[in-house]
Design a protein around this ligand. Structure first.
Ligand code: SF4
Length: 427
C-alpha cells in the first residue's frame, strides 16, 4: 500500500477499525432496542439535535432515534416503500421525508432488516430549531397512545447562549426527571447521570480531535462522507463506555493516517466545506462524484447536527450536569440563527483552507434549506468564494437525478481547476 507521496507503507494496525466497529456497535444497538419490549425495558424516542440521551440513560431507557431509523432505511434503499405508504395515508409530498419514512414504517409494522423498532414508553420532543419535531411527535403520541414531553429550547439569535435560557431549560429538565421517575418507577440517581456525562464528555473530546485533524493537508478524513458514518455512536450511544472506547479507536486510526500521510482519496486535489444532509439513498454515487475529482470534505455542518463541540468548546460536564445538558440542547446547529450558520461556513472555509463550499440543499428539510440560496449568492458573488448549490433530498430518491447532479459537480470542479491554474500562473 502507498501513501499520497507514493511511498510504500509498513503494515498498518488501525485502518478500517472505525468503520468495522461502527457497524458492530450499531448492530448491537439495534439488537438491544429490538429486545427491549420482551425484557420489559423502557424506550424513549428522541431527536438527534440537542438530545438528552444521557439523562434518559440514567433512568435505564433505551434511546431510539426515528431520524436514524429513517436514514438507515434510506441507505439500505427501502425508504421508497415507506414514503409511499405514508403518502397513501395522506401525508403530502412536501412533508419531511424522515417523518414520512417513520410513519410509513410504523404503518407497515415497524419491522426492518436491521431491527424491530419498539414502541416508545415516552416521547421526548427535544424541540430545538425544527418546527416539524412537534407535529411529528404529536402524530406518534396519537398512534402509540404514549406520553409526550416537550422540551422547549429557545432559538439562538445571538452569538452566545443566554443564562436565562439555560435556566429555562434546566427548569424543564427537572420536570422531565419527575416524568421519567413516573414512567420507569426508578428514582433519579445524580451519580449515575454524572458517570454518563463523564463518558459523554470523553467521547465528545475525542470526536473533536478527529474533526480538527482535517486541518492537516492532506486531510486524513473526509469530514462529510466518512464522518457521517463514524459519528453515529456520538448520538446513539453517547454516554456509554462503548462509545468512548470506539472514539478512542477511531482517533488511533486517524493518527495513523496522519503519520503516514493517508487520506480518503489517493491524491487530494480539492478541499471543500459541505453544507446540508447527504442524499442517503444515493450516498455512494454522490461520494464518487467528488472522489473522481480528488475532492475531500474538510469540514461539514451535517456532521455537527448533534453537537457543535468543535466550535463552541462546550462539553457535557459531570460537575454541572443539568446546566451542561441545557447548554448542549440550545447549542445545536439547527437552533442557530442564519447569521451564525453563515459565519460558521465562512470560518470553516478559512480555518480548514478550503477551495470552495458545496451546499447540498434537500427538499425535505427546511431547517437546513432556509437561507442556503442566499448564502450561495453572497459567498460566490460578494465574497468571491467558489460556491456550488445543488438540490435533491435526504431520503427520497425521486428527487435525485444522477446525470444532472454529475453535470453540476463536474462543472464546479472544472471551474475550480481553472481557478487554481490561473492562480498558479499568476504566482
Ligand atoms: S425537517 Fe429537517 S431537522 Fe426537521 S425533522 Fe425533517 S430532517 Fe429533521
Amino acid at each position: 500500500m502507498d501513501n499520497q507521496d507514493g511511498k510504500t507503507l509498513p503494515e498498518l494496525k488501525h485502518q478500517g477499525a472505525g468503520r468495522w466497529l461502527q457497524k458492530e456497535m450499531m448492530t448491537d444497538y439495534y439488537r438491544a432496542l429490538s429486545e427491549a419490549p420482551q425484557k420489559g425495558e423502557p424506550v424513549a424516542y428522541l431527536f438527534i439535535s440537542g438530545n438528552v440521551g444521557e439523562l434518559m440513560r440514567a433512568f435505564g431507557f433505551h434511546v431510539c432515534f426515528p431520524e436514524v431509523n429513517a436514514l438507515q432505511c434510506g441507505i439500505k434503499h427501502v425508504s421508497p416503500q415507506y414514503l409511499l405508504r405514508s403518502e397513501d395515508a395522506g401525508y403530502s409530498a412536501d412533508v419531511c421525508g424522515y417523518v414520512k419514512n417513520d410513519i410509513g414504517l410504523l404503518l407497515s409494522g415497524n419491522k426492518t432488516s436491521f431491527a424491530q423498532i419498539p414502541p416508545p414508553s415516552l416521547l421526548v420532543c427535544n424541540y430545538a430549531g425544527c418546527t416539524t419535531y412537534i407535529k411529528w411527535w404529536e402524530a406518534l403520541a396519537e398512534y402509540y397512545g404514549c406520553p409526550i414531553f416537550v422540551l422547549d429550547s429557545p432559538y439562538n439569535r445571538l452569538d452566545h447562549i443566554r443564562r436565562e435560557d439555560i435556566a429555562y431549560v434546566v427548569g424543564q429538565l427537572k420536570e422531565l426527571i419527575t416524568v421519567c421517575e413516573e414512567v420507569t418507577g426508578t428514582k433519579f440517581d445524580p451519580d449515575r447521570l454524572r458517570e454518563t456525562l463523564e463518558l459523554a464528555r470523553q467521547a465528545e473530546e475525542l470526536w473533536v480531535k478527529i474533526l480538527h485533524a482535517c486541518k492537516h493537508s492532506p486531510s486524513p478524513l473526509d469530514a462529510y462522507f466518512e464522518a457521517v458514518f463514524l459519528m453515529a455512536p456520538i448520538y446513539t450511544l453517547r454516554g456509554t463506555p462503548q462509545a468512548m472506547q470506539y472514539f478512542q479507536a477511531v482517533w488511533e486510526e486517524i493518527q495513523e493516517r496522519l503519520i503516514y500521510g493517508l487520506g480518503p482519496v489517493p491524491q487530494e486535489k480539492f478541499r471543500i466545506v459541505l453544507e446540508g444532509p447527504p442524499p442517503w439513498p444515493k450516498f455512494r454515487t454522490f461520494w464518487d462524484m467528488f472522489k473522481s475529482w480528488g475532492a475531500v470534505t474538510v469540514a461539514s455542518t451535517y456532521s455537527k447536527v448533534g453537537g457543535l463541540w468543535d466550535v463552541t468548546g462546550r462539553y457535557h460536564d459531570p460537575d454541572n450536569p443539568l446546566e451542561s445538558i441545557a447548554e448542549y440542547t440550545l447549542n445545536c446547529y439547527v437552533n442557530w440563527s442564519l447569521p451564525r450558520r453563515r459565519q460558521l461556513l465562512l470560518d470553516y472555509a478559512r480555518d480548514y483552507n478550503a477551495d470552495g463550499i458545496v451546499i447540498h440543499s434537500v427538499k425535505s428539510c427546511r431547517s437546513f434549506a432556509a437561507g442556503e440560496a442566499d448564502f450561495r449568492e453572497e459567498f460566490s458573488k460578494e465574497l468571491d468564494i467558489p460556491t456550488l448549490l445543488i438540490e435533491s433530498d435526504l431520503i427520497d430518491p425521486r428527487y435525485f437525478s444522477d446525470a444532472q447532479m454529475k453535470n453540476r459537480i463536474d462543472a464546479f470542479f472544472e471551474s475550480l481547476e481553472h481557478r487554481k491554474y490561473v492562480a498558479a500562473r499568476a504566482a
